[in-house]
Design a protein. Structure first.
Length: 287
C-alpha cells in the first residue's frame, strides 16, 4: 500500500514538472515571437513612412472615438442686437477737441470714456443747433449728476441734466414717454430745451442758470451758477489744448464766493436749490 502511494506521488510530481516545463517553454517562445514581431513591425514602419502615417491616423481616430464628450460651455443668454441700444463709442473717432474733453471728463468723474464720447458728441451737436456753448451743456451735466444717467434728486429731478420730469413730461412725449428721461441722449435734448426756455425768460445766461436750478426768486442760488460757469471755463480750456489738473485749486474759493443757502451750507449747490425749486420751475415754464 505504501509503495502504491509513493508511486502515485512520484507520478504527480513528474506530471506537474512536465506541465511547468511546457508552460515555461511556450511562454518563452511566445515572448520571443512577440519580440520578433515588434522588430519586424518597427523595420516595416521605418522602411514604409506611408504605413506609419496610416497607422498614426488610425490610432488617432480610435482614440478620438473613445474620448469622453467635452462639457458644454456656459454661454450667457445674450441678444445680438444689444449693441443697437448701447450708448458708447470710441473716443478716438471724435474730433481732437471733443476727444480731449471726453478723456478729461472720464478721468475727473471716473466714468468710462466710451459712453462719455457719445455725450460729448451730442453736446457739440446740440450746442451747434441751439446756439449754446457745448461745454456749458457738459458743465451742467457734471454739476447736476456727475454723468450718472440714472440719478434722481429728492424732489424728482431725473437723469443726466436733472430735468423735473413731472413738470416737463410733455417734452418726452415725442420719445415715447417719461421713462426716456433715463435715456442719456433724450435727457440731454430735453434738458437743453428747458435750459433754452430758462435763458429766454431770464434774458441772460447767468439768470437762465438760476431759473434752471429753481433759484430765480431766491436770495442766492447756493453757488450753482458760479460752479457751472467755472466748470464750463475749464472744459473750454481743455478743448483748446490746455493741460489742467482734474481738481483746480481755485474750486474751493469759487464755492466760497457764493453765499451759502440757509441751513444747508455743506450740501451740494444743486441739492440746496432744488428742494425749493419745483414751484419756481412750474410757475416760470408753464404756459
Amino acid at each position: 500500500m505504501k509503495q502504491a502511494l509513493a508511486a502515485t506521488a512520484r507520478g504527480l510530481r513528474t506530471a506537474l514538472s512536465d506541465v511547468a516545463d511546457g508552460f515555461f517553454e511556450i511562454t518563452h517562445n511566445g515572448f520571443a515571437l512577440l519580440g520578433l514581431a515588434l522588430v519586424f513591425a518597427t523595420l516595416a514602419l521605418v522602411a514604409r513612412p506611408d504605413l506609419r502615417h496610416t497607422g498614426e491616423v488610425e490610432l488617432r481616430s480610435w482614440l478620438e472615438s473613445r474620448r469622453p464628450p467635452a462639457p458644454a460651455p456656459l454661454v450667457p443668454d445674450l441678444e445680438p442686437t444689444a449693441i443697437d441700444r448701447t450708448t458708447a463709442a470710441s473716443p478716438d473717432d471724435l474730433p481732437k477737441q471733443q476727444a480731449a474733453v471726453a478723456y478729461w471728463l472720464s478721468k475727473k468723474y471716473r466714468v468710462a470714456a466710451e459712453p462719455l464720447s457719445v455725450l460729448v458728441s451730442e453736446a457739440y451737436n446740440l450746442g451747434k443747433r441751439n446756439k449754446l456753448d457745448p461745454t456749458l451743456i457738459l458743465a451742467i451735466m457734471a454739476v447736476e449728476s456727475s454723468f450718472n444717467p440714472f440719478a434722481q434728486s429728492n424732489v424728482g429731478a431725473q437723469g443726466l441734466m436733472q430735468v423735473m420730469t413731472r413738470v416737463h413730461g410733455d417734452k418726452y412725449e415725442g420719445a415715447g414717454g417719461t421713462l426716456t428721461a433715463f435715456d442719456p441722449v433724450t435727457n440731454m435734448r430735453v434738458g437743453v430745451k428747458v435750459l433754452q426756455e430758462c435763458i429766454e425768460r431770464a434774458g441772460s445766461l447767468e439768470g437762465g442758470l438760476r431759473f434752471y436750478v429753481g433759484a430765480a426768486n431766491l436770495a442766492n442760488d447756493g453757488g450753482y451758477t458760479a460752479k457751472v460757469m467755472a466748470e464750463r471755463d475749464r472744459l473750454s480750456q481743455v478743448a483748446h489744448g490746455r493741460v489742467l489738473p482734474l481738481f483746480a485749486p481755485t474750486l474751493r474759493a469759487e464755492r466760497s464766493t457764493a453765499p451759502p443757502a440757509p441751513d444747508a451750507a455743506d450740501a451740494p449747490a444743486a441739492a440746496q436749490a432744488k428742494p425749493e425749486s419745483t414751484p419756481q420751475k412750474v410757475a416760470l415754464l408753464s404756459p
